[in-house]
Design a protein around this ligand. Structure first.
Ligand code: CA
Length: 225
């Protein structure tokens, strides 16, 4: 899962970056509205945290332009406490939710998780696929009740597949949601990660769809090889 943070306050930006990275997301950051707008317009994000008061271009304008251009990723707005009108304009501009400053970072993370799972059509914090469970609150994956220890890349890959289970996901799409904008993206490494994750899970649940990509499906735990 890959997210974008657009916040001009350097401390707040860093605080959000650290919390989101720790929660298992790969994160791109922007410090003004122009840069933020550009990234959101050109890179695929699973969610965006967008401040309203930004230099160069304000958050409402950024959001209106994204929505006008068909960018439909979930957006969580950051608003000032005493500006109720910001919340109204934010939601009218296409925001999916908002958090009022000052906030506890845990609240931002909880709202982010909810936005991401709702975008995937899921309603609970624990996502299941056969014997595999992803607890989005703790960023932990288990198989048949056994905790599966994954690296951050492997976790992001599984989290993306769990949110899009039963759909065929191309290698390019997976790659785009695993790495930040500065990473030299090589879709071949996805194959390596898939191989490792399959081994760790020990169940046959990731199908390779020749020429198209991968599909996570619910399998029986006892079909392990
Ligand atoms: Ca600001």
């Amino acid at each position: 899962m890959r997210i974008l943070i657009v916040e001009d306050d350097k401390n707040l930006n860093r605080q959000l970056l650290e919390a989101c990275s720790e929660a298992g997301y790969v994160v791109d950051v922007a410090f003004d509205g122009e840069e933020g707008h550009f990234l959101g317009d050109t890179e695929p994000y699973d969610a965006v945290i967008l401040d309203i008061g930004l230099p160069e271009k304000d958050g409402i304008t950024v959001l209106e332009e994204w929505r006008r251009d068909g960018r439909d990723m979930p957006v969580l707005m950051l608003t000032a406490r005493d500006r109720w009108s910001d919340k109204v304009s934010g939601i009218d501009a296409g925001a999916d939710d908002y958090v009022t400053k000052p906030f506890h970072v845990e609240e931002v993370l909880a709202r982010l998780r909810a936005l991401i799972r709702r975008a995937a059509g899921l309603s609970t914090s624990v996502i299941a696929c056969g014997p595999i469970m992803l607890d989005t609150r703790t960023s932990k994956i288990s198989c048949d009740g056994r905790h599966i220890k994954l690296t951050s890349h492997e976790f992001r890959l599984m989290s993306y597949l769990m949110h899009h289970q039963d759909k065929v996901i191309s290698r390019t799409e997976l790659t785009e949601h695993l790495y930040d904008q500065d990473f030299d993206k090589d879709s071949n490494t996805v194959e390596v990660f898939i191989g490792r994750v399959r081994k760790k899970l020990g169940v046959n649940c990731i199908e390779t769809v020749r020429g198209l990509g991968y599909r996570l499906f619910a399998s029986e735990a006892d079909s392990a090889e």
